[in-house]
Design a protein around this ligand. Structure first.
Ligand code: SAH
Ligand code: SF4
Length: 426
């Protein structure tokens, strides 16, 4: 979502007469768009800001803004800790960036952290900058009301908000006109989408997907990130009947232990999750399942951790993201007795080894098969294009550059550590 937000900020500033620069040295304004989900991401911001200090000293007219969830969470604390910062702007206020920048040009610092989600989307300009990629993100929903005990999202992104479908469909049509072939619908809890439909009724995510599938030029639709409890029958059915909805689903589970799931306030058991995956696979047998995992959550015993390993083996994730639990300020789990860091690190190592094995197996099973690949950019080597299969696997192919932005059938010939090699069919 930060990629989408950064694009919107660049477009807002383009309307105000700025253009995207190519080096920090020549910039009049540097915006750091930040993530607060884990401590590591947050701490990175301060080292980045320190790095900008000599630049600011040599160019006093340079303005520095901190945007995103760290801005939301830490507010003026950021300016107190690093006075070179001129603007702190939260994820629901960044449409105000031009005003904040012109204030900063007059030497006035500002902190904007109001929750103005509906106003933000109303005011954001679209299509102000050329598009380089045939894929695009599109935010349909923001915020979260679930309050998992480890997570800062409900505090930084605010309450759940769904954009009206008509606006989303219009934005998708505009993207199609600008050469976009694949859209990934975004939300912190995207499958909880419940916006006003084009027909005036309330729509769920499945109805929205079907409406976007009707747009000429849009060939592929994805969505992320979903919560297991919001995986409706209608959405599962869309995986069976909507050909443009890609066979890939990121459905985080976090842990395989019912005790830990309860302590995380995830609102489902491991058994319910397994049955859910079964019904999704009945609807779309070839679907590739991806997941998120947290190890070392407070109270996690060796046996809880083994439940997670067992669940991973049962599901067979084709892709995954796994993290050591990071206590976040203001969240309930941060107050609990913590697992020793070396124990958590060892569990993460073991889990990642297993996840890697499953990811590699899913990738290797593609060898000899024909995948459909959307070519997104030039490959690392001369005469090569790189793109994604329908299962979101990276694929590189020797072929003519003219195919950039197109979807082609590709026979997979080799599975490499993090990508597939293929050749054009015909
Ligand atoms: N809405 C999604 C997840 C959004 S956050 C869901 O409910 O599943 C993205 C991922 O970051 C989470 O799935 C989780 O695995 C990880 N994460 C969030 N908070 C974390 C924390 N405090 N420590 C470690 N990982 C965390
Ligand atoms: Fe965070 Fe996802 Fe839980 Fe919401 S549902 S609190 S975004 S982990």
């Amino acid at each position: 979502m930060n990629v989408y937000d950064s694009e919107r900020m660049a477009e807002t500033m383009a309307v105000a007469g700025y253009s995207v620069g190519c080096s920090e040295k020549d910039a009049d304004l540097i915006v750091l768009n930040t993530c607060h989900i884990r401590e590591k991401a947050t701490e990175k911001i301060y080292s980045e800001l320190g790095r900008l200090k000599p630049l600011k000293l040599s160019n006093p007219s340079l303005r520095v803004a901190v945007a995103g969830c760290v801005a939301q969470a830490e507010g003026e604390e950021i300016i107190a800790r690093q006075p070179l910062v001129d603007i702190v702007v939260g994820p629901q206020s960044y449409h105000q960036l031009p005003e904040l920048v012109s204030k900063a040009e007059q030497g006035r610092k500002s902190v904007a952290t109001d929750f103005l989600a509906d106003e933000k989307f109303e005011r954001l300009p679209k299509a102000a900058l050329p598009r380089k990629s045939p894929t695009a993100f599109l935010t349909v929903q923001e915020g979260c009301d679930k309050f998992c005990t480890f997570c800062v999202v409900p505090y930084t992104r605010g309450a759940e908000y769904s954009r009206p479908a008509a606006r989303i469909v219009a934005e998708a049509a505009q993207l199609a006109d600008r050469g976009v072939r694949e859209i990934t619908l975004l939300g912190q809890n995207v499958n909880a989408y419940h916006g006003e439909g084009v027909d005036g009724r309330q729509w769920g995510l499945a109805a929205l997907i079907r409406a976007i599938a009707d747009i000429g030029g849009i060939e592929r639709i994805r969505y992320t990130t979903s919560h297991p409890s919001d995986m409706s029958g209608d959405l599962i059915e869309a995986h069976a009947s909507c050909a443009k909805l890609m066979p890939y689903l990121h459905l985080p589970v976090q842990s395989g232990s019912d005790k830990i799931l309860k302590a995380m306030n995830r609102k489902h058991t491991s058994g319910q999750y397994l049955r859910l995956i079964e019904s999704i696979r009945r609807a779309r047998p070839d679907i590739l399942i991806s997941g998120d995992f947290i190890v070392g959550f407070p109270g996690e015993t060796e046996s809880d951790f083994e439940d997670t390993l067992r669940l991973v083996d049962e599901i067979g994730y084709g892709q995954s993201y796994s993290f050591r639990y990071s206590p976040r300020p203001g969240t309930p789990a941060a107050e609990r007795v913590q697992i020793p860091p070396d124990v958590a690190s060892e569990r993460l190592r073991k889990l990642q080894l297993l996840l890697k094995k499953h990811q590699r197996a899913a990738q290797d099973s593609m060898v000899g098969r024909v995948a459909t690949v959307l070519f997104e950019r030039r490959g690392r080597q001369e005469g090569q294009l790189a793109g994604k299969s329908e299962y979101l696997q990276a694929v590189h192919v020797d072929c003519d550059e003219k195919k950039l932005g197109e979807i082609a059938e590709v026979r997979i010939i080799r599975s490499e550590p993090n990508s597939l090699a293929g050749e054009l069919v015909n």
